[in-house]
Design a protein around this ligand. Structure first.
Ligand SMILES: O=c1ccn([C@@H]2O[C@H](COP(=O)(O)O)[C@@H](O)[C@H]2O)c(=O)[nH]1
Length: 278
């Protein structure tokens, strides 16, 4: 992020975007869309985040497009964060972990998003494999959608919210790592000042993936307000906000450059130091 700018751009081939780009909603359209994004951005943005669902909907041929996108993006120097939001009982979780975090897998990525709602402990195979393979895991803590609060703000016996509990687990996972650990949390940029209600302490000594900028209504200027002293640990994601500028490669690059600049300005203007607790 220091070298390439503080931005994660999503590769989200929505059917509506394929249409806007003049592409067909089929494997040829998916292929062209994905290649255009990778060729335009993989040599310059810090992180690319393919949204697995948009590739899975085309079956095995969609997965083949995803495999190529992952390999070519990594080759061009971008980190690839696979947005797959996997979560299952531990024995099945081990297979999901191998899919994304085992270097021998065709979908091997630098990190993957996981869902902890079968219990944080069920994620152990992914957490352990990430440590072994030098990759990362982003755990859904406080998602950007309004429906998330129903589960994530729920209060457990003892008084901590579910989200705060996930953040506590991640803090323990990252303890002692420098400059920070590889276990991140997903915390929406859209959440305004609701984090205090969830008792969320964002000082987890790990990265905070912040989706929600652009199409979901948040802006770079919201980041200091939402993340407080943790704002320097944020990896902001923009998907449709950049992709809607395609298919012109120069326009895609300019949109990514502009979002990264806005994030940098917002972070630079935020007060330095202090605890990352909100
Ligand atoms: O809490 C979350 C977790 C993940 N996402 C994903 O991020 C992108 C956002 O796309 P935009 O077009 O920038 O809205 C998308 O892939 C989501 O699945 C999220 O939005 N919120």
């Amino acid at each position: 992020m220091d070298e390439r700018g503080p931005l994660c751009v999503g590769i989200d081939p929505h059917a509506s975007l394929l249409a806007d780009w003049g592409l067909t909603d089929d494997i040829a359209g998916l292929e062209r869309f994905t290649r255009t994004v990778v060729e335009a951005l993989a040599d310059r943005v810090a992180v690319l985040k393919p949204q697995s669902a948009f590739f899975e909907r085309f079956g095995s041929r969609g997965i083949a497009v995803l495999e190529r996108a992952v390999a070519e993006s990594r080759e061009a120097g971008a980190l690839v964060l696979m947005d797959a939001k996997r979560g299952d009982i531990g024995s099945t979780m081990a297979a999901y972990a191998a899919t994304y975090l085992d270097p021998a897998s065709p979908l091997f990525s630098d990190a993957v998003t996981v869902s902890p709602y079968l219990g944080y402990g069920s994620l152990r195979p992914a957490l352990d494999l990430a440590r072994e393979s030098g990759t990362g895991v982003f755990v859904l803590a406080l998602t950007s959608n309004p429906e998330g609060a129903e589960v994530q703000h729920a209060v457990r016996t003892g008084g901590a919210s579910v989200a705060a509990t996930m953040l506590d687990h991640l803090r323990a996972e990252n303890a002692g790592a420098a400059p920070m650990g590889s276990y991140g949390a997903v915390v929406g940029a859209t959440l305004g000042d609701t984090l205090a209600a969830a008792g969320a302490d964002l000082a987890i000594n790990g990265p905070l993936l912040a989706p929600g900028i652009g199409a979901q209504g948040a802006t770079a200027a919201d980041l200091p307000k939402v993340f407080g002293a943790a704002v320097r640990d944020v990896v902001p994601n923009v998907s449709r906000g950049v992709l809607r500028h395609g298919p012109d490669a120069a326009a895609l690059r300019e949109a990514a450059r502009r979002f990264a600049g806005e994030v940098r300005d917002a972070v630079d203007a935020a007060p330095a130091g202090g605890s990352a607790a909100v």
